[in-house]
Design a binder for this molecule. Structure first.
Ligand SMILES: NC(=O)c1ccc[n+]([C@@H]2O[C@H](COP(=O)([O-])OP(=O)(O)OC[C@H]3O[C@@H](n4cnc5c(N)ncnc54)[C@H](OP(=O)(O)O)[C@@H]3O)[C@@H](O)[C@H]2O)c1
Length: 297
């Protein structure tokens, strides 16, 4: 399939490499052009604007930061919809697939606006982190029309182990909020455990070995204990991204009357981290909010 892709960031770049590896033609746009150019040796071509993607692509994939970025890329002056409308019926674009994590309410509004331009919207947020994107084993939770989700599922299969259709537009994003409630709370709890181990005088780095196979073991434990006990690890995401997600969880909890006291505590922990200047720190920066030192990696 001919594909357009906006947002070759930490997550998007490995997804694009998998699409190219699976034989798809991929044209890439990014706000910072150099990140799109970096994929040319892998076989990608580069567009100057999101609107520039609409000439060849049947599906346009997004992996940009937040709802404001999605709105700009899709509905802005040089956005995808402007490009499609400007093509006067000659654009092959049929679907927008949004892999970013944005609020379900924003997704429903975007899907309705895209439908006016005859574009199907699939919200398809992902879990599995940068490691999952590189390995091609992401879990994708999808919302949208069933036929639209079915049409793009084989393409997403280039970098996902599973695609689960959860319901109409926004259902994928709601599922991702459930995922993030578990992930952010767990990473915060791992930071507390590492901090307790260090302050008690035991080797926190050996928690991975000691807890392996027990109830506290998880991909998150095995990923974050090494990152929290040693400095100098390559970044896999920013705490501000977690902040965005727990803020969205808090809004959804308010809208639905759901008691979520643990997520509320994590939200305030992240707010404290931001006030300490840690918004751009790696996801393992939870440990720095607790003032627990790391060894040089
Ligand atoms: N990292 C993870 O572990 C992870 C896991 C699952 C889901 N996600 C989600 O995936 C999405 C991308 O995350 P990431 O970690 O790949 O982030 P990232 O590396 O910071 O990439 C963000 C991308 O969004 C673009 N962008 C940001 N603001 C923009 C704007 N106003 N207009 C246009 N483009 C804009 C960036 O362009 P520039 O290069 O110009 O800055 C970049 O291409 C987020 O929604 C995140 O929540 C991340």
């Amino acid at each position: 399939m001919e594909i357009g892709f906006c947002g070759p960031g930490l997550m998007g770049a490995p997804m694009i490499r998998h699409l190219l590896g699976a034989g798809h033609a991929v044209q890439v746009w990014n706000r910072t052009r150099a990140k799109a150019e970096a994929l040319v040796p892998d076989g990608a071509t580069v567009a100057s604007t999101p609107a520039g993607l609409v000439g060849r692509a049947e599906a346009i994939f997004l992996c940009v930061l937040d709802a404001a970025a999605v709105e700009e890329v899709v509905f802005g002056a040089n956005g995808i919809v402007a490009g499609v409308l400007g093509a006067n019926g000659n654009s092959p674009v049929r679907w927008i697939v949004d892999h970013g994590s944005i609020p379900p309410s924003a997704t429903r509004a975007f899907a309705a606006r895209a439908a006016e331009a005859n574009i199907g919207w699939i919200d398809a947020p992902v879990s599995g982190g940068v490691a999952g994107a590189i390995a091609g084993t992401l879990a994708v939770m999808a919302g949208g029309d069933a036929a639209d989700v079915a049409a793009v599922t084989p393409v997403i299969g280039a970098y996902a182990a599973r695609v689960t259709h959860m319901g109409a537009a926004g259902a994928g994003q709601t599922t991702k909020l459930c995922n993030q409630a578990i992930v952010t709370s767990t990473v915060a709890a791992i930071a507390e455990a590492v901090s307790l181990a260090q302050r008690s005088g035991i080797d926190a780095a050996r928690l991975t070995q000691a807890l392996a196979g027990g109830w506290a073991d998880s991909v998150l434990l095995q990923t974050f204990v090494p990152r929290m006990t040693q400095s100098g690890q390559p970044p896999i995401g920013a705490l501000s991204t977690f902040q965005k997600d727990v803020d969205t969880i808090a809004a959804a909890a308010y809208e639905t009357g759901t008691p979520m006291p643990v997520s509320g505590t994590v939200q305030q922990l992240l707010r404290l981290g931001a006030a300490m200047g840690l918004a751009d720190a790696d996801l393992s920066g939870f440990i720095d909010v607790l003032h627990t030192p790391r060894k040089k990696g």
